[in-house]
Design a binder for this molecule. Structure first.
Ligand code: ADP
Ligand code: MG
Length: 245
């Protein structure tokens, strides 16, 4: 993996006022790897994800995507945002557009794809997330789990190099969590590079190549799921696991 890092963070620091939200973060995500980030609320997980597609700026350190420093602005920044797909807790689909139109929108506007080509690709992606029959529905006609699967298809439509998931199942009713995790597992099997912030420990165990445990803005542990769950080293991780498992 060492020679083929897709995301490389070195000595990354960020404050929000007095709060040192990212503290000397070193993190490498290899091509095709699935890295699950876990940790208590407020530990900096979302900020770390947002820094990777420059929704947040950093104060020191470096972040490289595919061997290049993140761009500051302009077309290069738009390209970065296309290369780093994000799936959030809230799906943010456009309510007045159909499922198909939601997926086509960015490829047509940002990637300048032709409409029929974008529609063809959108149908392919809907099929991949198990929603081929829902193309002409509006988001409100779908369940939460289905809407999140549309959001995943929408992110995939930009052909991203990496997908970042920030608590993608936290807003879902329990019976819908698995259908979303199953789509994510399939993406992982297909070789998609993924960074996943989640409290779903079953997913972390079964799908992650590495588990990164964060606390107070630091990476406290960065190990295989096997090592992490059977023998956490830090008191913070032991304490965290005892509360959620
Ligand atoms: P996590 O995702 O692990 O719960 P976050 O990255 O969202 O943590 O937040 C880390 C800390 O930074 C929290 O204490 C949060 O309140 C604070 N924070 C996040 N975003 C902002 C912001 N825009 N301005 C000020 N503080 C923020
Ligand atoms: Mg968060």
């Amino acid at each position: 993996m060492a020679g083929d890092a897709l995301i490389e963070m070195r000595g990354v620091n960020k404050h929000f006022g007095e709060l040192h939200v990212l503290q000397d973060i070193d993190l490498t995500v290899g091509r095709g790897e699935v890295v699950v980030i876990i940790g208590p609320s407020g530990s900096g997980k979302s900020t770390l994800c947002r820094a990777v597609n420059r929704l947040e700026t950093i104060e020191s350190g470096t972040i490289e995507l595919d061997g290049r420093p993140l761009p500051d602005e302009g077309r290069a920044l738009a390209q970065l945002r296309a290369d780093v797909g994000m799936v959030f807790q809230s799906f943010n689909l456009f309510a007045h557009k159909t499922v198909l139109e939601n997926i086509m929108l960015a490829p047509v506007k940002v990637r300048r794809k032709k409409k029929d080509e974008a529609a063809r690709r959108a149908r392919e992606l809907l099929d991949r997330v198990g929603l081929a029959s829902q193309a002409d529905k509006y988001p409100a006609q779908l369940s939460g789990g289905q809407q999140q699967r549309v959001a995943i298809a929408r992110a995939l439509a930009m052909d991203p190099k990496v997908l970042l998931f920030d608590e993608p199942t936290s807003a879902l009713d329990p019976e819908m969590i698995n259908e979303v995790l199953e789509v994510m597992r399939q993406l992982a099997r297909d070789g998609m590079t993924m960074v996943v912030v989640t409290h779903e420990m079953g997913f972390a165990r079964s799908a992650a190549n590495r588990v990164v445990f964060m606390a107070d803005g630091r990476v406290v542990e960065d190990r295989t799921p096997e090592e992490f769950f059977t023998a956490p080293r830090s008191e913070r991780a032991k304490d965290f696991l005892s509360k959620i498992l």
